[in-house]
Design a protein around this ligand. Structure first.
Ligand code: 13P
Ligand code: SF4
Length: 371
């Protein structure tokens, strides 16, 4: 999806870090309680230091839903997170994204037309009334609305297990009543969670939206409990079993922490698989002197290494792997947004139209109720 971020005035791009720091601090102080800055763990240090609350995507969605005091929410993260915050906040609250080009390549791998087409094709083979759509938070509001209006829920990397259990265990909740799940857009989170719940490879089928009928035979669809959309995160897909093996060879007592967007071959070799928040908790709980190899975005890994000098923390991929879209949010964009708010100009507001928001809210609130 093309989103256009106008270039910033020179006043921002040419400012020194010290000038930007002073300007951000002044604008933040002036905006006071009407402002809430939310920051995802993958943000740069020059941005996350200003966050009133930082978290993984679930925690940030909860902060947005619970915040009823700030009228302006500056979301330092990516577009789908800001959309979800808009859906979960009140009509008088405004959500802004400091750089409109901060999208997510994984979220762009499933669009509403493709999902509706898949649903229609699946309906020719199986009873879609018993098919529960589950979308990863990393998806557009339109997909969340589709899920909400078809009896499904959103999940994040920290509650995918609970949401899939809800979707496939109607006796547990009495609501979803599904015997199959269509999970999008991240095949890896779906597969890792499926294995974690005890499903086998033969219970899962990969739906390729570029191929007729997802590239599957009718018998594949009928035999699958989990239909996994063929999407991935380009950052996490870089990690390979060879990275884990090299780390273990060098540090036999080392601890390996892996985000569930990594491929299953990597996840099975880990000591712990979890969301960005779970990775942080595992680091905080590690014994002093531990050596830890982490498979996730480099800004979080570097920050953890800086904040825990008594631990030896490194990224499992020796080549740096930043999320290029999270990286777009920087101090000049944050200063531009905040000074705009001080001047009464709301820049880069993210809005979801009311009809889409209604459906998306159902799917997001189901997730918040489940977990
Ligand atoms: P978390 O839910 O772990 O924060 O992950 C979000 C994300 O986009 C990871 O790539
Ligand atoms: Fe999207 Fe991957 Fe970046 Fe997360 S790390 S925002 S999934 S591209």
């Amino acid at each position: 999806m093309l989103r256009l971020q106008p270039p910033l005035p020179d006043d921002y791009t040419l400012a020194t870090p010290a000038q930007l720091e002073a300007r951000i601090a002044a604008a933040k102080a002036e905006l006071s309680d009407r402002l809430l800055i939310l920051g995802h763990h993958y943000q740069r240090d020059e941005v996350i230091r200003w966050a009133d609350a930082r978290g993984d995507s679930l925690k940030l969605a909860r902060y947005a839903a619970e915040n009823d005091w700030a009228s302006d929410i500056v979301f330092c993260g990516v577009h789908f997170m800001a959309e979800s915050a808009d859906v979960l906040t009140g009509p008088d609250q405004r959500v802004v994204l400091p750089d409109l080009n901060a999208g997510c390549s994984m979220a762009d791998m499933a669009d509403i037309d493709e999902v509706e087409e898949a649903w229609e094709q699946l309906g020719r083979v199986i009873d879609v009334d018993r098919l529960v759509p589950v979308t990863y938070m990393n998806s557009s509001a339109a997909l969340k609305a589709f899920v909400g209006t078809h009896g499904g829920a959103v999940c994040t990397s920290s509650n995918a297990r609970a949401v899939l259990t809800w979707a496939l265990d109607p006796t547990g909740s009495g609501e979803a009543a599904g015997d199959r799940v269509l999970f999008f857009p991240d095949q890896h989170l779906g597969r890792n969670t499926g294995f974690d719940l005890g499903y086998r490879a033969s219970d899962m089928a990969l739906w390729n939206p570029r191929r007729p009928m997802g590239g599957l035979e009718d018998s594949d669809v009928k035999g699958a409990t989990l239909l996994l959309w063929k999407g991935h995160c380009s950052v996490h897909q870089r990690f390979t079993p060879a990275h884990v093996e090299a780390f273990r060879a060098e540090h036999p007592d080392g601890i390996v922490l892996v985000h569930p967007e990594c491929a299953h071959e990597v996840a099975v070799l880990a000591d712990e698989v979890g969301s960005t928040d779970a990775i942080i908790r595992a680091v905080e709980g590690a014994a002093p002197g531990s050596t830890i190899g982490i498979a996730t975005e480099i800004h979080l890994v570097k920050r953890l290494a800086d904040e825990h000098p008594h631990l030896r923390i490194s990224c499992l991929d020796p080549l740096v792997c930043p999320c290029s879209t999270m990286f777009r949010i920087d101090a000049p964009h944050l200063a531009w947004i905040l000074e705009g708010l001080v001047e009464g100009e709301v820049r880069n507001r993210i809005t979801v139209d009311e009809e889409t928001a209604r459906g998306a809210r159902v799917a997001l609130e189901r997730m918040l109720t489940i977990t």
